[in-house]
Design a protein around this ligand. Structure first.
Ligand code: F6P
Length: 556
């Protein structure tokens, strides 16, 4: 077996890491810091406006070297080059993975089957910019001649999480005289609540769906169509005019868009080489551009690009995504951490953990390797989080004193965007206090020295040695957001390369979608359906139909 075909866990580099882990098992972060007074400055790296402090990870220089050797053995460099070159690295869908082309500058060429995709990207960006300008300036008029004041993005997964996260993150830069709403759930409440106070004559729906076949999105788009036409005209001439003025689509599926009734002149295109969860900087970001304007959107792309360039060219020692990806592998596969907490200390990043959940877990939540054989190591950990300081008063207890190891990513900014007294200093004091408390804890001696009654000492001890990254940036602006998202995109890629999985497919979500179609037909059936599920599912469907029908017939 050569280096490439040797199973991951039998590779000498993996084995060395296991031995190394055992050797440093008892070493505490306290010891590591005591042994190296410069550690807090040394184990840091900086790029694209982001400063990463990984000194509070449970690693020493040997760990980092061994992790880099593992990355080399897994062919990380070659895989990075393959992605940037447009090779079909999404092998199960036979697709290139070229989200990096979305932020390549005009004039650069990336050829896919001999065709320059950067020129296509730039053409769509220009169309988005002129459309956004027409809407933002009031020159794009609704069916009754009123300017657009409300934008409703309808999409789900990557067609929602990226847009809503980016809107919230960059709300400070957004048009305050316009409303931006996001509808994703097939639960009608989502649509009804998002539109209940809007005037259809001033509302533009942006229907985002890569495939334009997604049940939730098409259902909500049809609901939007009816809602709109109820106010703006039911007859066909009116309907056509109203749809043209109040609906635009973002998709790779022109036929699907046409079939829905949106003129492809009002469609913004993207391509199958952009994964849904990697699409917020494609035309899927139209609502973001409508909110913050084309110039700010371009600044965001520049941030993505700066991180792309760094990832592509910087040696692994100083490469932020490589470091974060390899440290995640270390925590997951060698220290046994099953979850990661993402803790942005910025209210504007309140949707960032939700966005990252799809990026990380839909990408790397895989149980087989590229060749289809089962992995014998764990892959993606569970990601979750909340903006600080809210999480501190909720689940941080478990992170500080629970029985599980939860590595944390703290994200903070040196300038607040809404200066109010000393609140930003207080916010940041909490970032530093939390990572310090996690790393160094409080020993029994320290607890006793505070005069704690002996019986309470064990309860008050914080063992420490709990790892974290801290990511610091100057301020949350479009450029920084782009760099931050690209950092995580590439860190996810690095982990996928080590685990030898396809980080760009998502077959696991298909089964549920298929079953839902059958079940929806059974639930809708006028006659008692013949159910052929397991006894639990059959009974649940029957009970649901019964109680629903009783309620509608007034029996309940
Ligand atoms: O359900 C998974 C998924 O396919 C995601 O990968 C994707 O982001 C989402 O559905 C929405 O898909 P679409 O943009 O095609 O509507």
């Amino acid at each position: 077996m050569d280096a490439q075909t040797t199973p991951l866990t039998q590779r000498p580099q993996w084995q060395s890491l296991l031995r190394h882990r055992d050797a440093i098992k008892t070493t505490q972060l306290r010891d590591l810091f005591a042994a190296d007074p410069q550690r807090g400055e040394r184990l840091t790296a900086e790029a694209a406006g982001l400063y990463l402090d990984y000194s509070k990870q449970r690693v020493n220089d040997d760990t980092l070297r061994l992790l880099r050797e593992l990355a080399d053995a897994c062919g990380l460099r070659a895989r990075i080059d393959a992605m940037f070159r447009g090779d079909r690295i999404n092998t199960t869908e036979n697709r290139a993975v070229l989200h990096v082309a979305l932020r390549a500058p005009a004039g650069e060429k990336i050829l896919l089957d001999g065709h320059d995709v950067v020129a296509d990207v730039q053409a769509v960006l220009d169309r988005m910019a002129s459309f956004s300008e027409r809407v933002r300036s009031g020159n794009w008029k609704g069916h009754t001649g009123k300017p657009i004041r409300n934008i409703v993005n309808i999409g789900i997964g990557g067609s929602d999480l990226g847009p809503v996260m980016a809107f919230e993150a960059l709300r400070h830069y957004s048009r305050r005289d316009m409303n931006f709403r996001f509808v994703s759930n097939v639960d009608a409440t989502d649509f009804v609540e998002a539109t209940h106070d809007l005037d259809a004559a001033e509302t533009l729906f942006v229907i985002c769906s890569k495939t334009f076949t997604t049940l939730e999105t098409l259902t909500n788009a049809h609901a939007a169509r009816s809602w709109c036409l109820k106010v703006l005209g039911e007859d066909e001439t009116d309907a056509n005019g109203a749809i043209a003025k109040h609906f635009v689509a973002v998709s790779t599926n022109a036929d699907g868009v046409k079939k829905f009734g949106i003129d492809t002149a009002n469609m913004f295109e993207f391509w199958d080489w952009v994964g849904g969860r990697y699409s917020m900087d494609s035309a899927i970001g139209l609502s973001t551009m409508l909110a913050i304007g084309a110039q700010n959107f371009r600044a965001m792309l520049a941030g993505f690009r700066a991180m792309d360039e760094h990832f592509r060219s910087e040696p692994l020692e100083r490469n932020l995504p490589a470091l974060m990806g390899l440290l995640a592998v270390w925590n997951n596969n060698f220290l046994g951490a099953e979850a990661v907490a993402v803790l942005p200390y910025a209210q504007y990043l309140k949707r960032f953990p939700a966005y990252l959940q799809q990026l990380t877990m839909e990408s790397n939540g895989k149980h087989v390797m590229l060749n289809g054989t089962h992995v014998d190591y764990s892959t993606c950990p569970i990601f979750w989080g909340e903006p600080g300081t809210n999480g501190q008063h909720s689940f941080y207890q478990l992170i500080h004193q629970g029985t599980r190891l939860i590595p944390c990513d703290f994200i903070g900014f040196c300038q607040g965007l809404n200066p109010l007294g000393n609140q930003h200093d207080l916010l940041m004091a909490n970032v530093f206090a939390q990572s310090e408390a996690l790393a160094f804890g409080k020993t029994p001696d320290q607890v006793r020295a505070e005069g704690t009654p002996p019986a309470l000492v064990p309860h008050r001890v914080c063992e420490g040695n709990r790892p974290s990254n801290t990511i610091l940036a100057e301020r949350l602006d479009p450029q920084t957001l782009g760099a931050l998202v690209a950092l995580y995109e590439h860190a996810v890629f690095v982990q996928g390369v080590v685990w030898n999985i396809d980080s760009f497919d998502q077959w696991g979500v298909e089964l549920g979608k298929q079953l839902a179609k059958t079940t929806a037909a059974e639930i809708a059936s006028k006659d008692e359906p013949k159910l052929a599920h397991d006894s639990s599912t059959n009974a649940l469907i029957r009970r649901y139909r019964q109680l629903r029908d009783d309620a509608t017939s007034g029996k309940a």
